[in-house]
Design a protein around this ligand. Structure first.
Ligand SMILES: Nc1ncnc2c1ncn2[C@@H]1O[C@H](COP(=O)(O)OP(=O)(O)OP(=O)(O)O)[C@@H](O)[C@H]1O
Ligand SMILES: [Mg+2]
Length: 391
């Protein structure tokens, strides 16, 4: 199964681009499931159809799904939910309805989406799964969840479960709330076991790709650069950039100034993300709602490309950490050692190689270190950062 995730800043067009991609994939004959991990759930609005928390048939080869956290909790994790609700009602004197709302923690939509995705992957029921993710920061959190979960399970959970087994009979009569029983721990353990393996699937560039959706505007572009760096740092394969809402040349005088602004940022986007392909979609006169409009959007985005293709095989930028030092590795189309100029501006690494220029916004942990060396190895330029930066 091929998995493609769409993420980007709020309101840039993630849902529309995901829905458009879903139309194209299903038109090409792939059995496709499109799902949203965003609690705002606008996938149904985009298709102009009701979508629920079970795969709904939308057109030939296309199924849609919107995760309902409350339903998932009831179905799979009822024991945890009952436990939290009971304590909230007893301790904070919440009424049942309010307690039900609070028993849902931030990030649960994402967690359940990953579990569903893993289920689809393992059952091989679909050829393609497309995910309309929440805005970038939550997506990065969602993707790093399996790592954090693994650490928690290894280092904390099993010990805590054992301690709790001994402490519960002693402590329960003395405190106002109930300590989690072994059934609750059992359910949590099952949840983590299910998530095991998701990270490998999402980091495998033959299976999964992330596509960053943005608009050619300053704030949006900066956030996308940051997201790209974090995705690289975590090893998630980004294989394309989608620039949406580009004003077409025939937009008229009223938007002339905007077109200049967009042209400036389109150039910066190319400098920051090349050689990733940049898929473009113009600002339409109408909302992107309904199958026909989405199909048009897909035509503009992919022209005659197959969206399920892996657009970039060798990652243009990778970031790795080793004993407190970081290596930022750039893939260059040809090896050239002449004219290399490296500079840092705030958190940004600027690489100039003759006419080639790349701007890479570094994660804070990397930017706070000193750039110590840059070495060419074949078609890769490896830049090492270590130690604290001079003040
Ligand atoms: N190229 C376009 N031309 C015109 N309207 C568009 C275009 N792309 C998206 N829209 C419209 O912009 C609005 C926001 O788009 P969309 O819901 O896809 O963004 P989003 O990134 O998913 O937002 P959110 O972060 O809130 O989930 C919608 O009304 C959509 O129809
Ligand atoms: Mg959306």
């Amino acid at each position: 199964m091929r998995i493609i995730l769409f993420t980007g800043k709020g309101g840039v067009g993630k849902t529309s681009v995901t829905a458009a991609t879903a139309i194209k994939c299903s038109d090409l004959g792939y059995k496709t499931i499109v799902m949203s991990t965003d609690p705002a759930h606008s996938l149904g609005d985009s298709f102009n159809m009701e979508i629920g928390d079970r795969p709904k048939h939308l057109k030939d080869n296309l199924f849609g799904l919107e995760i309902d956290v409350h339903e998932e909790l009831r179905r799979n994790w009822g024991k945890i939910q009952a436990f939290i609700k009971k304590n909230l009602v007893a301790m904070a004197k919440f009424n049942d309805l309010v307690a039900e709302e609070f028993a849902v923690f931030p990030g649960m939509e994402e967690l359940f989406s990953l579990l569903r995705l893993k289920g689809f992957h393992d059952k091989k029921e679909y050829d393609v799964a497309l995910l309309d993710c929440s805005p970038t920061a939550s997506t990065v959190r969602m993707l790093s969840f399996p790592d954090i979960a693994e650490w928690y399970m290894e280092k904390v959970f099993r010990i805590e479960r054992k301690i709790m087994k001994m402490a519960r009979p002693v402590l329960n009569p003395m405190i106002e709330f109930e300590l989690p029983n072994d059934e609750v721990y059992g359910t949590i353990e099952m949840l983590y076991q299910n998530i095991d393996g998701v990270k490998e699937i999402l980091c495998d560039d033959k299976i999964s790709s992330m596509r960053l959706v943005m608009n050619p505007e300053k704030m949006v572009y900066k956030e996308s650069q940051r997201a790209y760096s974090y995705l690289n740092l975590f090893g998630f394969p980004v294989d394309a950039v989608v620039v949406n809402r580009v004003f077409p040349p025939e937009a008229g005088d009223y938007l002339a100034r905007w077109q200049e602004i967009q042209a400036k940022y389109l150039k910066e986007i190319e400098e920051s993300f090349s050689p990733l392909p940049i898929l473009r979609s113009s600002f339409r006169e109408v909302e992107m709602v309904g199958i026909e409009r989405l199909r048009e959007m897909a035509r503009e985005l992919y022209v005659d490309r197959d969206p399920t293709e892996v657009f970039v095989v060798e990652p243009p930028v990778t970031m790795t950490q080793h004993n407190g030092s970081y290596c930022v590795s750039l893939h260059l189309s040809t090896a050239h050692e002449k004219d290399l100029q490296l500079s840092m501006y705030k958190q940004e690494l600027i690489v100039r190689l003759g006419s080639y220029r790349r701007n890479i916004l570094l994660p804070r942990a990397v930017a706070d270190k000193k750039l110590v060396k840059a070495v060419f190895e074949g078609t890769r330029l490896n830049i090492t950062f270590e130690g604290a930066k001079d003040m």
